[in-house]
Each structure stands twice: as structure tokens, then as C-alpha cells.
Design a protein around this ligand. Structure first.
Ligand code: AMP
Ligand code: MG
Length: 317
């Protein structure tokens, strides 16, 4: 008797709330204890929050941000890996991505202190002096981090992607090879669906030509998105502010791209680059991504879509 693969392996779903957003996993786990898998995922996410959230006053990152000048801080492995990647992307993007942008994020009302109308020019200049990824000093292969004084890390632009990768790794450790992992809209797919096909993701339909569906297949790969689409706020005077801050100018990106989606081998890099390219903007970001053969889809504030050749090549039929 041949077994119908769909009937043989139903897709299970796990889900929850973490990192100020929701997470979900669709997986093939026949005969497995879903409660145990759920608990393993929650534990992985809780660890990341406890280390890297700037919304948790007691996280390692928040304690570092408040620490005295000259103090060294031992970083757990996860924090070390995320910071190392953040610094690589900061360098490669010439500071469009900057994990020390925290004071500006707060000043423009997108951090834990909450809403405000934005800093005046003098305060903006003063805060801009405090930031800069080149001020980050590590030793012992990145395991120890110096607080040079007043340096404030913000890993929000990369930690969700990292969380996706960690959840995928945690599932693999549990013997799960077929899953689609999602945290706050960032995705990683591995293995196959119940019907033996790759995990398919239908992208936002804005900007597509002639109403064509944009579908990508994720096979040990990730897609992460950034942009103005979800996170902007009114400054109280009718001006919309983007939550993507240009660290080089000290202010929210003007006329920010609506959506920037990056396909990559892992979600951490996809997440960081989606932010970096949003900050670079429609023209510079597109040229940069093409130059590096990155797979990226841009949707501008008028809804116009542009895809790099690598992204177009990755579209599923
Ligand atoms: P994302 O949605 O991944 O683009 O992340 C946006 C969040 O990252 C913001 O809410 C800030 O906390 C932070 N952020 C904003 N601008 C930058 C930047 N240029 N580089 C790094 N992090 C940023
Ligand atoms: Mg990001």
C-alpha cells in the first residue's frame, strides 16, 4: 500500500508571544510531543530577550547600556554572535546600519521611553556624537565588551532575525528537519512541507506588476523585511516619522521605502541588511544590493516595486 504523503504527515503549528511580537512555527512532527517543542522554542526566545532586549531593564544589554565608563562586560554566546554580525553589517554598510543608534531611536520616540516630537537640532547633534559603531571595543574574541561611557546598544534591527535562526536551530536539535519558522514576520524555511514541496511564502502584493503573485520558496533560507510599512508614527505635528533612523544624519529616514525584503541563508543577516538597505534608500540601496549580488525586493513609498536580479531569479513559478 502506498501512503499518501499529505495524509501521512499533517502539518502542526506552534505559536506564542515574545519580543513584543508574535511567533509561529509550522512543522512536520509526526508522533512528537508538541508541548515539549513549544517549551523548547519559548526557552530559546526567552534567553534572547533576557540577553538582548532594550525593553527589559534587567537584560544584559540594558545593564551594559547603564554601566559605568571603563567597565568590561562578559557576553553570553548569543549576544556575542549578534553583536559580531551587527558590527560586520555596520562596517559593510558604512554605518547605514549601526547597533549604537539607541540614543537617537529613543530621542525620536521609537524606544522604551516612548513618544515625543523629536530632538531639536542641538540635541540631535549632541546625540549624534554619542553614537558610532567604531566606539564598540571587544576583546577575548568578542566575548568581552567595553562600555566606553554613554554607549547605548540597540539590537532591535537584527535580534528578531537571529531569534528565527535560533528557533530553527533549536528545532533541529530536537530532531525536527521540516519547519517554517516565523518571528514578527521574519521567516526561515527548512526541509519540506507535508506534500513534499518546499515551504512557500506569498509576499505582500503591493507593487507587483499586473497583479502577479510574488512567491518565494525557502529551503534552508530566510526572508526578512524592513521599511515604513508597519512602524511609523506621527510626530504630533502631522509629519510621519520612519522608525528607521539614518545614523549618519541623526534623524528618521525621509520618504522611507515602504518595504525592503532580503533573501539570505540566515534570518539574522537578512534582518540586518533589510534595515541597512532601508536606510540607504531606494537608489543607493538598490545599487548596493545589485553590486553585492544580494536578493532584495524594494517597494517605494508610491508602491513601485524593484527587484535585484538575484531576487527575481529566486521567485517561484
Ligand atoms: P527593523 O524593523 O528590523 O528595520 O528594525 C528597526 C529597529 O531597529 C528600530 O525600531 C530601532 O530600534 C532600530 N534601528 C533604527 N534605525 C537603525 C539603524 N540605522 N541601524 C540599526 N538599528 C536601527
Ligand atoms: Mg532589520
Amino acid at each position: 500500500m502506498t501512503r499518501d504523503p499529505v495524509a501521512a504527515f499533517a502539518v502542526d503549528t506552534l505559536g506564542g508571544v515574545s519580543m513584543g511580537t508574535t511567533w509561529s512555527v509550522r512543522l512536520l512532527a509526526p508522533g512528537r510531543d508538541l508541548r515539549r517543542l513549544h517549551a523548547a522554542v519559548e526557552a530559546a526566545l526567552t534567553r534572547i530577550v533576557a540577553q538582548m532586549s532594550n525593553w527589559e531593564p534587567d537584560s544584559d544589554l540594558s545593564r551594559y547600556n547603564r554601566a559605568a565608563a571603563g567597565s568590561w562586560h562578559r557576553l553570553p554566546d548569543e549576544f556575542r554572535d549578534v553583536l559580531a554580525c551587527a558590527l560586520r553589517v555596520a562596517d559593510a554598510s558604512a554605518g547605514a546600519f549601526d547597533p549604537t543608534v539607541g540614543p537617537l531611536v529613543d530621542a525620536w520616540g521609537f524606544g522604551p521611553p516612548g513618544g515625543c516630537s523629536g530632538p531639536d537640532a542641538a540635541r540631535q547633534a549632541e546625540l549624534s556624537q554619542r553614537i558610532g559603531w567604531r566606539r564598540v571595543e571587544v576583546r577575548d574574541d568578542g566575548h568581552e565588551l567595553l562600555q566606553p561611557g554613554n554607549l547605548q546598544l540597540d539590537l532591535c534591527a537584527i535580534a528578531k532575525g537571529y531569534a528565527v535562526d535560533r528557533v530553527a536551530a533549536c528545532l533541529r536539535e530536537e530532531g525536527i528537519d521540516n519547519a517554517l519558522v516565523e518571528v514578527g514576520g521574519e521567516l526561515y524555511g527548512m526541509g519540506r512541507r507535508a506534500d513534499g514541496r518546499r515551504w512557500r511564502v506569498l509576499l505582500d502584493d503591493e507593487g507587483d506588476e499586473a497583479g502577479e503573485a510574488r512567491v518565494v520558496e525557502l529551503d534552508r533560507s530566510a526572508i526578512a523585511s524592513s521599511g515604513d510599512r508597519w512602524h511609523r508614527r506621527d510626530d504630533g505635528r502631522g509629519r510621519m516619522l520612519s522608525h528607521s533612523i539614518d545614523p549618519r544624519g541623526g534623524a528618521p529616514v525621509e520618504d522611507a521605502l515602504r518595504l525592503v525584503s532580503v533573501l539570505a541563508d540566515n534570518a539574522m543577516e537578512a534582518d540586518a541588511w533589510a534595515t541597512a538597505l532601508t536606510v540607504m534608500g531606494a537608489r543607493d540601496g538598490f545599487d548596493f544590493a545589485c553590486g553585492k549580488a544580494m536578493a532584495v525586493r524594494f517597494v517605494d513609498s508610491d508602491g513601485r516595486e524593484r527587484m535585484t536580479p538575484a531576487f527575481r531569479a529566486a521567485l517561484a513559478a
